[in-house]
Design a binder for this molecule. Structure first.
Ligand code: SF4
Length: 112
């Protein structure tokens, strides 16, 4: 149980100071992946696309297209290729336009 929950129960305050201050418990939340273009190859990108259950990933020639708005932060792509996919730690994903949530990641890795 996060510390702020216990403090809130004791003081009667049930909210945190977020967003004025980052909440420490946010570090424990799952967040969308961060990709390493230098390691991504077309073959590896195809494997990541295949394991993504929400279709947040697609390959467009030498680019991995990542729809952050469709990502559920399930972690399957990280489990598939931990050498190429890390945790972004970013969960504040508000955008003014849907297109801002689409990322195009170049596949700069060399096939093994
Ligand atoms: S974390 Fe899950 S939903 Fe998001 S891109 Fe990876 S496999 Fe897809």
């Amino acid at each position: 149980m996060p510390l702020w929950t216990l403090r809130g129960l004791r003081r009667g305050v049930v909210t945190t100071r977020y967003p004025a201050r980052p909440d420490p418990s946010a570090r424990l939340l799952p967040s969308p992946p961060a990709f390493r273009p230098d390691v991504l190859t077309p073959g590896l990108a195809d494997r990541l696309v295949a394991v993504c259950p929400s279709r947040a990933l697609a390959r467009d020639a030498d680019v991995l297209v990542f729809d952050v708005g469709a990502c559920t932060a399930c972690g399957r792509c990280r489990a598939e290729a931990p050498q190429a996919v890390g945790d972004s730690g970013e969960f504040e994903l508000a955008a003014t336009a849907r297109a801002h949530l689409i990322k195009r990641i170049p596949l700069a890795g060399r096939p093994a």
